[in-house]
Write a protein that binds this ligand. Sequence first.
Ligand code: SF4
Length: 248
Amino acid sequence: MLKTARYKAFVDYFSTHQPNPVTELHYNSPFELLVAVILSAQCTDKRINQITPALFERFPTPESLAASTPEEVYNYIKSVSYPNNKAKHLVGMAKILVSEFNSVVPQGIEDLQKMPGVGRKTANVISSVVYQEPAIAVDTHVFRVSNRLGLANKAKTPLATEMQLMKYLPKELLGVAHHWLILHGRYICVARTPKCEICPLTNFCKYFEQTNPEAILRKKELLKATKIRNREAFDQLREISNIIDKIT
Ligand code: SF4
């Protein structure tokens, strides 16, 4: 299957069945989303949603977080992964947000990445969700599902995956495609054993094509049928050519 056909099938399916996906993180402002996304690295959204209400109540603004200490923040986030590092990142991020950006979450990827704890993935989420910029964040789910589906071809890094998705997806769909891929990876195309038996994308999934015995057989039969058709067409052409030779 051609890559463009895979993209078309992907967009067609999700546009119809999941036209308005949203992030599962709870937040009420760009600042809260930034905090939640920093916390969500290597952790589940469910866990983050459990701890952010108390965190946001104690630190409702960049100023209040900037005036705190990693030790205090740690107490609010100790049940998430890597709490020590994340506590330092949050306070450092808030200090830069206040001092360099007037407490407004910046829009540009480069500006966002000036803050501790904000890598390319987090910057792309903010840029896309808050400012509707044409960006797509590649996390572990997006990376895995894009490669399995064949939307990304032998992409070895998140950046390589991002570049291929950016090339083939319409700009206006980058934001929703990010959610489509994350949600599909979280609930169906899971890391260890993808749930292909209940997946609605088997008819265009490259991984399924290459691993499912029936799909492999179907592909072989299709190839065989194509070869036979080509052979028949060739024989007909040769026959016509012989007739033309005889009458000229
Ligand atoms: S068919 Fe299987 S590998 Fe392909 S997207 Fe669905 S769950 Fe993932």
